[in-house]
Design a protein around this ligand. Structure first.
Ligand SMILES: NC(=O)C1=CN([C@@H]2O[C@H](COP(=O)(O)OP(=O)(O)OC[C@H]3O[C@@H](n4cnc5c(N)ncnc54)[C@H](O)[C@@H]3O)[C@@H](O)[C@H]2O)C=CC1
Ligand SMILES: O=C([O-])CC(=O)C(=O)O
Length: 306
């Protein structure tokens, strides 16, 4: 498999590193607009190969899409990250133009590519790629829910005082500070509902901590996070590479699923060789349905700005 990662910054480089560490891709091309930057990141990462024991070939190029030709998967991380105090939505005016032109260059070089959109505001950027290109809808996936669910599990394990591997949980809805919907009702510790272990008040705290997970890290780091975002993207790329039909909540173009249309938003989907193999419609409670509708309204408002 050949993977292109656009943007060799914090998230792009982390994503390339995790893909290489998992050793499932033959080649990763890092591409950035900043002269020499992707080349430098690629060289630095390749100098970890003998230490970390991977054979993936990582190369870097400055804005030369011919080097990306024949990519099976492309990850778009190009654009600016937020600073403390900002929302993801505030990035739209800079990032929309970047994502639109990058998607078109990627498809020109690799007409059958599967695109994973990471740049924020992610649900709107994913919708923009659907609007601006002719790629079939299963080949455009937004990454948000995989990361938000990993953060949810981290917070759940903290509340339950359990190993993270004991807990399971999923976050659907828009990838925003207010739009995420951590599904506490369905979260479990080894198949036992988490409500058996912690109070409703503590679960509400977990929910709030999860929703502002990105903002919390942005405040601590001065810019947004990269390790968990890179790991989340690499897990999705691996599911495509292995055709594993693995379920991730991710931003999918909806055409009636969950009662929503003409919007990309986080819902559970099976990810395999064709990208989105199937959108999984689960039964939501009335409260969860209302939260998803409110989240969709907010995403539509941001979509109106493109
Ligand atoms: N969906 C999600 O869950 C997450 C999304 N993000 C988003 O990912 C994006 C990247 O974040 P970071 O890597 O931290 O930022 P960064 O600033 O470290 O890296 C971005 C890179 O994009 C490059 N770039 C800008 N315009 C370009 C173009 N036209 N072509 C190629 N490269 C270009 C820049 O030169 C820079 O190296 C941000 O929009 C951030 O909000 C970050 C974390 C999680
Ligand atoms: O918080 C941000 O701006 C970056 C992001 O989407 C995340 O880490 O969830």
């Amino acid at each position: 498999m050949k993977v292109t990662v656009v943007g060799a910054g914090a998230v792009g480089a982390s994503c390339a590193e995790y893909i290489a560490l998992k050793n499932f891709a033959a080649e990763v091309v890092l591409i950035d607009i900043k002269e020499g930057f992707a080349e430098g990141k690629a060289m630095d990462l390749m100098q970890t190969a003998s230490l970390n024991g991977f054979d993936t070939k990582i190369t870097g190029v400055t804005n030369d899409y011919s080097a990306t030709a024949g990519s099976d998967v492309a990850v778009i991380t190009s654009g600016i990250p937020r600073k403390p105090g900002m929302t993801r939505e505030e990035l739209i005016s800079t990032n929309a133009g970047i994502v639109k032109s990058v998607a078109s260059s990627l498809i020109q070089a690799s007409p059958n590519v599967i695109i994973i959109v990471v740049s924020n505001p992610m649900d709107t950027m994913t919708y923009l790629v659907h609007q601006a290109t002719d790629l079939p809808k299963n080949r455009i996936i937004g990454m948000g829910g995989a990361l938000d669910s990993a953060r949810f599990k981290y917070r759940l394990a903290e509340a339950l005082e359990s190993p993270i591997s004991d807990v399971d949980g999923m976050v659907i809805g828009g990838h925003s500070d207010t739009g995420m919907i951590p599904l506490t009702r369905l979260a479990t510790r080894n198949s036992v509902p988490v409500s058996e272990f912690v109070s409703a008040d503590r679960l509400e705290e977990v929910k709030q901590e999860t929703k502002v997970g990105g903002a919390t890290l942005t405040k601590l780091l001065g810019t947004s996070a990269w390790y968990a975002p890179g790991a989340a993207v690499s897990a999705m790329v691996q599911a495509i590479a292995n055709d594993s039909n693995k379920m991730f909540p991710c931003s999918c173009l909806l055409e009636g699923e969950y009662g929503l249309s003409d919007i990309s938003i986080g819902v559970p989907a099976l990810i395999g060789a064709n990208g989105i193999e199937q959108i999984v419609e689960i039964e939501l409670s009335e409260e969860e349905k209302a939260a998803l509708n409110a989240s969709a309204d907010a995403v539509r408002k941001t979509n109106g700005l493109i």
